[in-house]
Design a protein around this ligand. Sequence first.
Ligand SMILES: [Zn+2]
Length: 77
Amino acid sequence: MYFIFRCDCGRVLYAKEGVSTRKCVCGKSLKVKKRRIFKKVESIEEATESVQKMQEEIYGRSTFKKANEIPKKRFLN
Ligand SMILES: [Zn+2]
């Protein structure tokens, strides 16, 4: 089982059941049990897919990259 939840910064994360803390790319450590769980899924594939879908809804498909590819700093033109 994997839990889908969001960080305060807005990013969508997933954590495997039993994992107590998850660190977001923004640097914040999140206690999984204290987060509101949006979704529970069975497999890692569903977890990554759910995260991707939620990120797309939030940020839009065009700007979305895989969660681990989101740069820490935004590039300004
Ligand atoms: Zn964050």
